[in-house]
Design a protein around this ligand. Structure first.
Ligand code: SF4
Length: 341
């Protein structure tokens, strides 16, 4: 008898949030939800998930859809390589598994964008296999429950926590166990101020017993982010078109950006725009903006420019028709150049 999972599952059945991916064991749906949830909170993911599943109803639809559609469906979630990897993985499933999502760890772990956690989550939640799925939430619960003070950023600590979780996975109901422990970490055993009084497993929790919940999990400091300073332009030409550029780099590949130059002054940026075939007629300063990527910070001084010509840029009549990087979409929305979203 596994008291931990019994108490956890009983609590979950009474307290779980009603999320759309909890009404299905379709592995495609579970996969989509897990990839979206990697960097984003559940409540934010819900409309994206519903729209994605409604538009791309199965793995074949995902494999066949255009890049523009794919990026548009993902617009706002960020980390676009996730959805590109999903499409590549969908093509492998079509070509090597007859379009049926594989149910063996060794077949899933080699799909692009699927790591140990996601493989474990799909196998336990969609296929009800007794396998650990160790994400940040589960790491936190395990490290506190066993009062493990090792640095959770280290791989050897993850292996230890994964083994502890693996031993606790309910053998009759792995799918519910995995969802329940993730839910516990997301709602009660939170990073700051865990609600230990209402926790279903508090009677065996060593961090709670020893008063260590504010120091566990221990994580070494992240490296400082690299900073970049841009002059960023909402640029409108004489035809009333907005000018944008399509990106071809690892960070935002395939998305569109407002014209911008890495510079400390607008004069320098204007010279750069003009050397690329644009004539600047007027410019006005709007506001400063910031965007934080995982290891990078963009500081942007935003201007609105009236210009002649299009130079190296691409004209669009409406920002809503193209997938724009979130770093710039927030600017367009806040400055009132974007319609209803
Ligand atoms: S008792 Fe507190 S620290 Fe321990 S698992 Fe529950 S919420 Fe987390």
């Amino acid at each position: 008898m596994n008291h931990f999972s019994d108490k956890l599952i009983a609590w979950y059945e009474l307290n779980k949030r009603d999320l759309p991916w909890r009404h299905t064991s379709n592995p495609y749906h579970i996969w989509v939800s897990e990839i979206m949830l990697q960097q984003t909170q559940a409540v934010t993911v819900v409309p994206y998930y519903n729209r994605f599943i409604a538009t791309l109803k199965d793995i074949k639809a995902l494999a066949d859809t255009s890049e523009e559609t794919l990026l548009k469906l993902w617009e706002g979630l960020g980390y676009y390589s996730r959805v590109r990897n999903m499409q590549q993985a969908a093509k492998v499933i079509i070509n090597h598994h007859n379009g049926v999502f594989p149910n063996r760890y060794e077949d899933i772990i080699i799909l692009k964008g699927i790591g140990e956690y996601t493989a474990g989550a799909i196998l336990s939640i969609a296929f009800n296999q007794k396998i650990s799925a160790l994400d940040g939430n589960v790491s936190r619960v395990m490290s506190r429950f066993y009062a493990i003070e090792d640095d959770i950023a280290l791989n050897k600590t993850k292996v230890k926590l994964n083994n502890l979780n693996q031993a606790l996975v309910d053998k009759e109901n792995p799918a519910t166990y995995t969802q329940a422990i993730i839910e516990l970490g997301a709602t009660l055993c939170t990073k700051s101020k865990p609600d230990c009084e209402n926790c279903p497993v508090n009677s065996g929790c060593m961090a709670f017993e020893k008063g260590l919940t504010n120091v566990i999990p221990f994580k070494s400091k992240l490296k400082a982010k690299k900073e970049k300073k841009f002059m960023t332009a909402i640029m409108i030409n004489e035809d009333g078109n907005f000018l944008v550029s399509k990106v071809a780099d690892n960070l935002l590949n395939g998305l569109y950006l407002l014209p911008q130059v890495e510079a400390e002054s607008i004069q320098y940026a204007i010279e750069s725009f003009e050397s690329n075939g644009i004539t600047v007629l007027t410019y006005d300063y709007l506001n400063p903006y910031k965007h934080i990527f995982t290891h990078l910070l963009w500081e942007m001084d935003v201007y609105v420019l009236k210009v002649k010509g299009i130079g190296i840029y691409q004209p669009v009549g409406d920002y809503q028709t193209i997938p724009i990087a979130t770093a710039h979409k927030q600017i367009i929305i806040k400055e009132g150049y974007y319609g209803n979203i």
